[in-house]
Design a protein around this ligand. Structure first.
Ligand SMILES: Nc1ncnc2c1ncn2[C@@H]1O[C@H](COP(=O)(O)OP(=O)(O)O)[C@@H](O)[C@H]1O
Ligand SMILES: [Mg+2]
Length: 580
């Protein structure tokens, strides 16, 4: 944390100095008050005759001090916020930068909901922690120790009374904080789950409505909310019980001071003004302690949040960059050398001893039932995950030896779920190749069979895409994502089930255009339909993470039972296509 505080230490120090000014003004007031009562009103030094002139003089002095204290307070506030907000801002930027470096296993581990809570709510708590610390710590400690000191100076016996009550109050405080502390971490974790549900439900509200799952989701969200409130209430109850206990203790102190004071006034060891001042100091002390309680509450919460923010900042990328920086001899060749894979944290084998080489310019299609490991297989090529066993080589070099950016620059990928941004169509296509010329963008769209529908809209390539591409049909989204990959003109093109929403004719046109536009690039195409894959150079059939067969359409039709089954189940569709 020091790293961040250091940058804004100047503001924090200024804030501290102004706070010292503010509290000092509070501390000298009761002393002046005592003199007004004793010498101005009661005239204790003048045989019982009051002194109006002194009352005026001291009264004006008090007003001046109050005004000065107020000014210090305002300046303190301003500088506290300057330091707190700026520190929060720096931490937030660092967190975001760090998250951008996360590899897929890290993203899986944190979860989107938790990352969002950490960057928003947790950092706000940390920001409060800084402000409270700078403002509160100085104020409370000065108020507490200052009033105690002034009290001793005023009258030793009064000071002793307060000192005796002190351990009791601190004990009570410590007890409550110990009870509440574990609840703060739980509170943030529960906030995580609420955010995760909220995110899923808001982005998936269409499917919720389509499946009439509103009530189920309401109950799920309600449950998470109830749990949060229950924890929050437990914290509040703890502190609700603590406040009156501390108040009662302080009033007992006031009563004892009055009792002791009445004896001492009788014996001449104290004056009525002294008692008044002592009671004011006691209230200030009480204020200091109550503020300390609030402060500890916020500090505990802030520390719990800071730990969670630290987890982001300290999380080292699970996949480290390799040192290979040279040029590769080959281009667009992919080799799986006895690759097995299980997702981090799970021991279920998703890919089982895969051996496969895809040559430059070749088109390899991958087929197989859902969940058989197709997406997992291709995720190993751009090194989203590392193989558990064996090695994946791109252009003859192990992917673990590449700089990840350099490796991914060789690959253009269309993910199974098309991700679009709320930007114009033009920028969505140029997302992976910023600064691309308008002609190149158009050419990519033509190859992806997207130009027709784009040009038919009134604003053409400047049409705005709604958040996550909500304003487009599934097929349109897929074609824009494909255009984006085509524009990148990488040596390896990977389509993960990216043409599923296209009709067979558009799909066939797309593949033909792709062959023409990028003849040298290696293409891996995951698809469900025989029609999509039959023209590929080779077709790989994957079954439960293992290669079942690999060959041309004709070869597989002769030799592979699984492929024959798929073929026969789709034959009707095929024939329709042939007729068309
Ligand atoms: N991020 C992940 N973490 C853990 N398991 C996963 C993850 N993604 C997929 N899986 C599991 O890996 C298996 C293969 O998934 P996947 O490769 O996506 O299948 P396919 O693309 O062939 O439908 C599935 O059983 C799935 O449950
Ligand atoms: Mg998949």
């Amino acid at each position: 944390m020091w790293k961040y505080i250091r940058q804004y230490l100047f503001y924090a120090i200024l804030a501290g100095l102004f706070m010292i000014g503010e509290v000092s003004m509070d501390l000298v007031q009761p002393g002046i008050m005592s003199r007004i009562v004793d010498y101005g009103v009661l005239g204790l030094n003048n045989g019982g005759i009051g002194d109006l002139h002194l009352i005026w003089k001291l009264g004006l002095q008090m007003v001046g001090l109050v005004l000065f204290g107020g000014l210090c307070g305002s300046l303190n506030n301003a500088f506290v916020h300057m330091s707190g907000q700026n520190i929060g801002n720096e931490i937030r930027k660092d967190c975001f930068r760090r998250i951008m470096t996360f590899s897929f296993p890290q993203l899986d581990e944190f979860g989107t909901g938790s990352l969002v809570t950490r960057v928003t709510n947790d950092i706000t708590q940390v920001q409060n922690l800084v402000s409270q610390f700078v403002r509160g710590m100085i104020r409370t400690s000065m108020l507490m120790f200052g009033s105690m000191y002034c009290m001793f100076r005023l009258n030793r016996d009064f000071g002793l009374v307060v000192l005796c009550a002190f351990p009791l109050i601190v004990g009570c405080l410590a007890f409550c904080l110990a009870k509440a502390n574990p609840l703060f971490s739980r509170l943030q974790a529960q906030l995580d789950s609420i955010n995760a549900i909220l995110q899923e439900d808001v982005s998936g509200i269409r499917i919720i409505k389509a499946c009439v799952r509103e009530i189920y989701e309401k109950v799920r969200f309600g449950k998470a909310n109830d749990e949060l409130i229950r924890t929050q209430l437990r914290v509040l109850v703890i502190f609700a019980f603590m406040n009156p206990v501390i108040n009662a203790l302080m009033y007992i102190v006031v009563a004892v001071i009055l009792l002791v004071g009445s004896f001492e006034v009788g014996s001449g060891a104290a004056t009525p003004g002294n008692i008044m001042a002592a009671i004011t100091y006691t209230t200030q002390l009480l204020n200091g302690i109550l503020m300390l309680v609030m402060l500890f509450q916020n500090i505990s919460r802030g520390i719990a949040s800071w730990k969670r923010v630290r987890e982001i900042l300290d999380s080292e990328p699970k996949l480290q960059d390799g040192s290979f920086a040279g040029e590769t001899k080959l281009q667009g060749e992919i080799e799986f050398r006895d690759v097995s894979f299980a997702y981090p944290g799970s021991n279920r084998i998703v890919l089982d001893h895969i051996n496969l080489t895809v040559h430059q310019g070749e088109t390899l299609a991958i087929m197989g039932a859902t969940g058989c490991g197709k997406t997992s297989l291709i995720s190993l090529i751009p090194r989203f995950y590392d193989a558990t066993e064996g090695a994946v080589l791109v252009d003859g070099v192990d992917v673990r030896e590449y700089n990840q950016k350099a490796l991914r620059e060789k690959i253009a990928m269309v993910l199974q779920k098309s991700e679009l941004f709320s930007l114009p169509i033009r920028e969505n296509i140029a997302w992976g190749a910023p600064g691309a010329a308008p002609e190149a963008i158009k050419a990519a769209a033509v190859t992806a069979q997207a130009d027709d529908f784009i040009s038919s809209t009134p604003e053409g390539y400047d049409t705005a895409v709604a958040e996550r591409g909500m304003s487009l049909s599934g097929g349109q989204k897929q074609r824009l994502s494909i255009a984006r990959a085509v524009l990148k003109s990488a040596e390896i093109l990977i389509f993960d089930d990216s043409t599923s929403a296209l009709d067979l004719k558009t799909e066939a046109d797309l593949y033909a255009a792709l062959r023409e536009a990028n003849p040298r690039s290696t293409k891996i195409i995951i698809a469900q339909r025989i029609a999509s894959v039959r023209r590929a150079d080779r077709i790989l059939v994957l079954e439960n993470g293992q290669i079942c067969a690999c060959g041309t359409h004709e070869e597989l039709l002769e030799s592979c039972k699984a492929y024959q089954d798929i073929y026969h189940s789709q034959i009707g569709e095929e024939e329709k296509h042939e007729c068309a």
